[in-house]
Design a protein around this ligand. Sequence first.
Ligand SMILES: *Cc1c(COP(=O)(O)O)cnc(C)c1O
Length: 571
Amino acid sequence: MKYRSTRGQSSGLSFEEAVLAGLAPDGGLYIPQDALPRFALRDILSWHGKQYHEIAYQLVRPFVGPEEISDADLLALLKRSFASFTHDDVTPVVVLPKDSEDGAQDPFYVLELFHGPTFAFKDVALQVLGNLFEFFLTRKNDQEASKANGTTNGAANGHAQHAEHTITVLGATSGDTGGAAIYGLRGKKYVKVFILHPKGRISDVQEAQMTTVADSNVFNIAVEGVFDDCQDVVKMCFSDPAFRDKHKLGAINSINWARILAQTSYYFASFFLVLRQANVDVKALLDSSKSDEEILAALPKIVYSVPTGNFGDILAGYYAVRMGLPCVSKLLIATNENDILHRFMETGTYAKRMKEAGVAEPARATLSPAMDILVSSNFERLLWYLERGDSVSGEEPAKDDSLASKASAAVQSHMKSLNTTGGFSVSPDVLERCKATFASKCVDNAETSDAIKRYHTRTKGAYILDPHTAVGVVAAERYPVESGTKVVVLSTAHPAKFPEAVLEAVGSGVKYEDFAPKEMVEFLSMPRKCVTAWTEGGDKMVAEKRVREIIEDEANGVDVFGKEYGKPTKN
Ligand SMILES: *Cc1c(COP(=O)(O)O)cnc(C)c1O
């Protein structure tokens, strides 16, 4: 499988190249260049009973050349990645009674994606990505070492005369997602990770989770300033080619292809878990002489409701459907008040809200902060398929490079318009194609909070939704389905990650310790490791200087945790 950019200027990359690059040089996102694999119904059903990592292996294998990662290595890598999840099903499905008057409705199925090391769904992808980085860098270094050994005629020390292949991951977090990155990369060979957060502006739980990681390749930097400053500092570092190349800066943001690919696994795994809950005898179906149509008629329809920010989670569902995942009748985009996707579905126009010409409104701060985005980066990938004219039935169009070029040209023009005017519109047929697979709902703060409370009451205190999952639940409640259709709500975080919103919703009588996993409580009292970049009252240029100094110092062997970077601002 080769990879190409959505914007058409970059193609022919291997999986490894696409994964290590992240974003394409033309600003586009990498997507498969060859036809997507499509599994036959009976093949998929035959995965029934397989372990999670074995299902993931089936899905990932066609996307990675066997010369890049062998069968045995790939299986081992995926097994290791999901071994850090604490639940036997990795991503279990639990039944949540639907809040109905008569109690006769089908329940919701909550797909809990938060049993990884940081209790958030991003662990699924980042555990895999961290292992991929380590695998590829180790292989590169081993290859160079053996080359060097060969040319030096087996010189006694055998040390390679080349600079080591390494990567320095640099990222910014408002608190929600930095932890998953750190846990994905901690202890990985040839990888260092620097995560910037705004000093004193993330919750104590979030700070504790990130800064109690003791591995020597993990560097938390608290920047005196706000989240946007952190993000700008990261951008400034990346836009300096000399600095970027010297430290081999890398990013692991949600546009990385490997993350989307890894996330297809829970759509397939949950399909089997839902069939188990619905008492469908898959083995009997397989043993029968039924045709595909007859088998499908015996299976329930499924709607997936997905709390959506950058569109990575739900895009994995789209790929899953394209790869043959049966029974999916709709993918429901659940947004909070940052609803650019919902407005697109309603109107065919994808546009930021503008304060005035040329100035976009900032993202709104909601109860589900991991979805507080202005634009959804991964939407560009879906747009490419829609513009190419791919049909919803999931059949790949005949190989036609002119269609691919046309799609890239359309995406390029849309993205340009998004940058210059703040938005773009698609043609009615493109919107129709989108609506064949997707629907959308926008959920506000009051509804989110209310849902947390209602389900807490309804389950007599047994189940607490996190605010992101609550957005998915409310969207699902408002989306009408035929009787018998199973509705799966993707749960993207453990409620203990967002204690303020949860405690506010469920009211007095519930304490944090009542629902927080013991690890999360323990984090709070563990020693923290973090270096502060003081900025003389929040000066961004000073912040950049300090962060570079920290990265430089560390590369030169300085213990950055034992040094001062600026002085606390006196006021
Ligand atoms: C990142 C995140 C989301 C949104 O996922 P996308 O892939 O960006 O759509 C939802 N909930 C939580 C808790 C997250 O961390």
